[in-house]
Design a protein around this ligand. Sequence first.
Ligand code: FES
Length: 104
Amino acid sequence: MADGWTRVAATADVAEGKCLGVRVGTKDVAIFHLPGGEFHATDNICTHEYALLTEGWMEKGCIECPLHAAQFDIRTGKAMSAPADTDLAVYQIKVEAGDLLVKL
Ligand code: FES
């Protein structure tokens, strides 16, 4: 899109408490729907080695990597536990007419 926003899914595609991996251009992006209705978007590739975070586990506002169990804060991307020591990139996300739009 010309304004930088890309539609990635319908809100109904990501149930509360769940996440979804999407591709935006060449990037793997993770969309999270936290309990309470907040949506967040981060890089979907772990900063430790190669693993898709959306194949991990969401708990208490964090995503746990399926490979070596590093945890990242979904809201800020902050690496919360070893073995990851680099934060995830986070992206702007908005809801518009039932769609989720992300800006990289
Ligand atoms: S690849 Fe994610 S913690 Fe190692």
